[in-house]
Write a protein that binds this ligand. Structure first.
Ligand SMILES: [Zn+2]
Length: 117
């Protein structure tokens, strides 16, 4: 379930502080420490999955849980504005914490030069 050496697992367990914006039984949403947009959150499933490339069928519900959280946050914070969901999978794709997570970005258009995550 958790990896004792994983920063996100430690945040989920409350061992490392984070700015939690929203949380339920399956996903926690925290503020990114180096925001690339006015709203930049990380949606983190409460199970240690490395990334999409390592997901198994048993993890399928977590994909939906992450999208549900994105939907709920968009209602809370975006007031009708658009938002981007970005997932980096693998070091050469920019993944720096090897626990599946989704970047939720809003308040800046990805078509205006894109994001460097
Ligand atoms: Zn983890």
């Amino acid at each position: 379930m958790f990896d004792s050496s994983c920063v996100f697992c430690k945040i989920i367990q409350g061992h490392i502080p984070a700015q939690v914006v929203k949380e339920n039984d399956h996903v926690v949403a925290i503020k990114d420490r180096s925001p690339k947009a006015p709203v930049h959150l990380l949606l983190i499933p409460k199970i240690h999955i490395i990334n999409v490339a390592t997901m198994e069928d048993v993890h399928a519900e977590y994909a939906w849980y992450m999208l549900q959280m994105a939907r709920d946050i968009s209602k809370d914070l975006c007031q009708g504005r658009g938002f981007n969901l970005v997932m980096n999978n693998g070091a050469d794709a920019g993944q720096s914490v090897f626990h599946l997570h989704m970047h939720f970005l809003s308040g800046k258009s990805i078509t205006d030069g894109g994001f460097l995550l």
